[in-house]
Write a protein that binds this ligand. Structure first.
Ligand code: SF4
Length: 255
């Protein structure tokens, strides 16, 4: 059963740990700027899920720089496997089914981001005596219909156990994309340089849900990585992108 939800002020007064999930992207950055305005810094932790060499170069450093500037603890959550290992393994064991994660089975998010981040939060909360966790994510209503349906604050039953209560909070759920960039600029900060190169989003350079522009831009800026992905599509016979359009076509790069 979902218990009555406290307010954010209640959670602050109760001494909850607020964890800023920071991908290095614009939404995480704007979220942390907003969090710093209301959450005491001794109750804040920044966590970055490292995707290894498939994430945008400099994403981890960008997140760390913002945490360091605010004197916040910064933890890197690492998975035991990489996205391309996951695809390779899937192809070896089940060549009859698509090798890449899909929107309905986002194993990449659950195994490479959510799982490792939750593990690090549990460790940090236990080591530092926090019994209430507020896991803050930069998801916004304007991004998709699914995200628009999300409630800004929810009780997370699976991660709540005896001695630890867990909430998920979306502090910038109401912000438009323009407002996100405005929050960053008003704070006197710069977003990750990939945005100036034309990217809409930032995380894996080649995301299963990435826009055509992001895929093309990723291919131009990271040609060797693009070749690894495209070669893996060729070898498995399955396409990476949710549209099922091959990467070489999406990026308009000839083989
Ligand atoms: S950025 Fe895209 S491909 Fe990478 S882990 Fe997230 S959903 Fe999966």
């Amino acid at each position: 059963m979902n218990p009555a939800l406290p307010t954010i002020d209640d959670l602050i007064a109760d001494g909850a740990l607020f964890v800023a999930n920071h991908s290095g992207g614009k939404d995480s950055q704007a979220m942390l700027i907003r969090l710093l305005r209301v959450i005491p810094f001794i109750q804040l932790l920044v966590v970055h899920a490292s995707l290894g060499d498939v994430e945008w170069p400099g994403a981890l450093e960008h997140a760390k720089q913002q945490a360091d500037a605010a004197c916040l603890p910064f933890v890197v959550a690492r998975a035991e496997k990489s996205l391309l290992d996951m695809v390779e393994r899937r192809f070896q064991t089940r060549p009859d089914v698509p090798s890449w994660p899909s929107i309905s089975h986002r194993q990449c998010t659950s195994d490479l981001k959510r799982g490792p981040i939750e593990r690090e939060i549990r460790r940090y909360a236990k080591a530092n005596g926090f019994t209430t966790v507020v896991n803050c994510m930069g998801l916004r209503a304007a991004e998709s219909r699914d995200r628009a349906k999300r409630l800004p604050l929810t009780h997370h039953a699976r991660n709540s156990v005896a001695g630890r209560t867990w909430f998920d909070w979306l502090p910038i759920h109401d912000l438009s994309t323009a407002a996100v960039f405005d929050v960053i600029a008003t704070a006197g900060q710069q977003p990750h340089p990939a945005y100036a190169l034309g990217n809409d989003r930032l995380s894996c350079v080649f995301c299963i849900m990435g826009s055509r522009k992001d895929i093309a831009n990723g291919a131009i800026q990271n040609p060797a990585m693009f070749e690894r992905y495209a070669a893996l599509e060729d070898r498995t016979g399955y396409t990476m992108h949710a549209s099922r359009v091959p990467l070489r076509e999406l990026a308009r790069v000839s083989a």
